[in-house]
Structures are given as structure tokens and as C-alpha cells.
Ligand binder design. Structure first.
Ligand code: SAH
Length: 387
């Protein structure tokens, strides 16, 4: 297959709103031609600007508990990690963290994330959600793992607007291996419940997991497109030393950074109106392997008039991504939210974290949206239009 033909077919399919063929998607994912990445990136950026505008959305994230009943092989919060220092913020501490953050920047979304903490009273989180919604002019997104429908309903009733629950991989055997304490059916059922309850739903994958193949990635992308997600996210896998996958090393981390960007661009083309973050994990992995810049990313930066930054998130924002997450968890808790190395602790005081993120955005020549950044599908749904 000639790569230019596959790309032409891919572009004309997405223009017509058709899901491109499995063969074409797989071929494009696996290719290493800089010109193809440039073409994908330009197209993804113009689709994003056309369907959502040029501005980017900031989401302030509060990591309120790192207790977890799951035992995922890739995650530093897994219950078998006895070396993790566990913490749990009270509902008052959550609200106070949001209030403090709002004084530094008028965030229009707060994301409340945690491990799957069996001892956190759902009513307590409901109180925190209601208080944030009453006090701050902002949306609330939850990212707390799998919960029964009654609990998800309680949180929705208390004002939660959105929910992030990544399916991580659609490869069922790999899922079973990596997430031994849950099942694919359970996680997917939970995503369906979230939709039924009227949440704006985000999902996505980890890229570069051992055992993942380009074939399974095509299935992941296809599933994301078919799910009609409101938000879609792709982050590179960063091994954590205190997990069974701690010794795993990517053969080429710079290429994994570039591949994350390639898949972000493809996702944008498959889901033109979804909100797509330039993920934190991408920022962490890129900063420790600046050689990702070589080749097409340097060229794209030049075309877009960007100063090359070791943080690949600025490039990601000109190839389809339109969201940045800013960690506003108080530092003494944040140091223990150790999902993967480089994530926790390194960021300093909340003031500095916010200032650095705003700097990244302005150095990329981008403006920040002042609206909540709801999913356009969702806005149409509630105003009675077509979805
Ligand atoms: N308990 C919640 C939130 C999990 S943390 C849940 O299960 O949904 C948020 C995301 O971090 C996960 O969905 C996963 O995609 C990502 N993650 C976890 N460990 C990681 C690692 N080692 N490298 C990269 N991303 C990781």
C-alpha cells in the first residue's frame, strides 16, 4: 500500500463522516513518514479550529484520594503498592482547594479525581460537588473509577456535569491481564450508565502498554469513534517502579511521544467535536526525552510559528488537542498522587503550577476560552437540537 493513497482515502472518508477502513487506519498509525504526520497534523488542527474554535479550555484538577481497591498492573495507586503513602481529602478540603485555585485563575471546570476509594462516602463527595457548583461559576467533572449506578446518579443529581472513565485498552485479553480486579464488561457497563444518566462522557486509552499492537490500537480508535465520546484522551504509558510493570522499558520513548501526537491527530479527525486534552503524561514523557522534537514536530512548530518547547503539549495543541489539565491539588497531598513517576510532586506550589501552565499556553500563542467548554453535542441535546 502506498502511504499517500491510504492517507487520501482516510481524509475523504472522514470528510464524508464515514469511519475509514481498518487497513487504512492501521497503515497510518504504523507509518514513520514525516510528511504524513505533517499532513495529519495540519488537517487535525484545521478540523479542530473549524468545529470548536481556536481557544483552549483549562480544567483544574483536584486529586482528592489515592486509596484504590483496584490492582491495575500499570498504576502506582494500585492497592498492592504498600509503599504508597495514602491520603484522603475531606469534602471541605476539596472545596477549599477549588476556592484557592479560583483565586489564581477563574477556572470554568474542576475535575475531581481519585483512586477507586471504597471508604470515601459518596454523600461526602456529593456535598463537595454541590458546594463547588453553588460557590464557583464552573462545571464539575468526576474521575473516580467504577461505581454503582445509584452512586453515579447521586453525584449527577448533586450537580456533576461530566465524567472521565478511560477504557484504557479495548483488547479484552490485555484488559483482563492489566486490570485483574475488574472486567471489561463492568467498566464498559459503567460508561453506558454514565451516558444514560446524562453525563458528558470522556474515555480513552493508555498508549504503549506491553502487549498492545497497532491492530489493537485501531480497535481502540474505532471504539472511541463509535462511542461518540464528548471527551477523548490518549496518554503514553509511563512505567512505575512499584508495580509489576516497573521494569518495562519502551524501545524508543521519543517515538512513543510522537505516536501519542499522531494518535491524537487521528482521534481529532474521527471525533471532530470532542474535547481532547494534551495529556499530562505526554508532557511528562516529552520533557524527559526532548529528542521527540526531531523530525516532523520541529517542522510543525516552525510552520505554526511556535517556539519549540521541551513540553510536547504545546505541539499537541496545534494538531487537534484543545484542552489542558492543571493540577491544583495542594502540594502536600499532590506529592502522594503517584500514578506514574514524574507526575507527583515535581510541580511546586499551586501558584507556580498555574503560572507555568499559563506560560505554556501563551508561548504557544494560544488564547484561553472563557466559557465552560461543555461538549457541543451536549449543548445541542439539552437545547433540543440534533445531536
Ligand atoms: N481511578 C480512576 C482514575 C484513574 S487515574 C479511574 O480508574 O478511572 C487516571 C488515568 O491515569 C487512568 O485512567 C490511566 O489512563 C492513567 N494512568 C494510570 N497509570 C498510568 C501510567 N503508569 N502511565 C500513564 N498513564 C497512567
Amino acid at each position: 500500500m502506498v502511504v499517500a493513497d491510504a492517507l487520501d482515502r482516510f481524509f475523504s472518508d472522514v470528510d464524508l463522516g464515514i469511519l475509514p477502513s481498518i487497513q487504512d487506519i492501521e497503515y497510518i498509525i504504523g507509518q514513520r513518514e514525516p510528511e504524513v504526520d505533517l499532513a495529519l497534523s495540519r488537517r487535525a488542527h484545521s478540523v479542530r479550529v473549524h468545529s470548536l474554535g481556536e481557544k483552549i479550555h483549562l480544567r483544574a484538577i483536584i486529586e482528592f484520594s489515592n486509596y484504590c481497591r483496584q490492582d491495575c498492573l500499570y498504576c502506582g495507586l494500585r492497592r498492592s503498592n504498600r509503599s504508597a503513602a495514602r491520603y484522603r481529602m475531606t469534602p471541605e478540603e476539596i472545596v477549599s482547594a477549588a476556592r484557592q485555585a479560583s483565586k489564581l485563575y477563574p477556572f470554568r471546570t474542576y475535575v475531581l479525581q481519585s483512586g477507586e476509594d471504597p471508604a470515601y462516602p459518596p454523600e461526602g463527595l456529593a456535598e463537595a460537588i454541590a458546594a463547588i457548583k453553588a460557590e464557583l461559576d464552573a462545571a464539575v467533572t468526576l474521575s473516580t473509577g467504577e461505581h454503582p449506578q445509584e452512586v453515579l446518579r447521586m453525584w449527577r443529581d448533586s450537580g456533576a456535569d461530566r465524567f472521565l472513565l478511560k477504557f484504557e485498552t479495548s483488547h479484552c485479553d490485555l484488559f483482563a491481564l492489566l486490570k485483574p480486579t475488574t472486567t471489561w464488561a463492568k467498566r464498559f457497563g459503567c460508561i453506558q450508565n454514565l451516558k444514560d444518566l446524562g453525563y458528558q462522557v470522556g474515555s480513552g486509552i493508555i498508549l504503549g502498554l506491553p502487549g498492545q499492537t497497532d491492530q489493537s490500537l485501531v480497535q481502540d480508535l474505532k471504539l472511541m469513534a463509535e462511542m461518540g465520546l464528548d471527551m477523548a484522551s490518549i496518554g503514553p504509558f509511563i512505567p512505575h517502579p512499584e508495580t509489576p510493570l516497573g521494569a518495562f522499558r519502551h524501545p524508543d520513548e521519543a517515538e512513543l511521544v510522537r505516536k501519542t501526537m499522531r494518535l491524537t491527530a487521528i482521534t481529532r479527525l474521527l471525533l471532530p467535536r470532542a474535547h481532547i486534552p494534551a495529556t499530562t503524561a505526554l508532557g511528562v514523557m516529552g520533557a524527559r526525552n526532548p529528542s521527540w522534537q526531531k523530525g516532523w514536530p520541529a517542522k510543525l512548530a516552525e510552520e505554526q510559528g511556535l517556539r519549540l518547547n521541551p513540553d510536547p503539549r504545546s505541539i499537541s495543541l496545534v494538531l487537534g488537542a484543545n484542552v489542558i489539565m492543571i493540577d491544583v491539588t495542594p502540594p502536600h497531598f499532590r506529592v502522594s498522587y503517584d500514578i506514574y513517576p514524574g507526575k507527583a510532586g515535581a510541580d511546586g506550589e499551586v501558584e507556580e503550577v498555574v503560572a507555568r501552565a499559563l506560560d505554556l499556553i501563551s508561548s504557544a500563542g494560544m488564547e484561553i476560552s472563557e466559557d465552560r467548554g461543555d461538549s457541543p453535542r451536549f449543548v445541542e441535546r439539552i437545547s433540543g437540537g440534533a445531536s
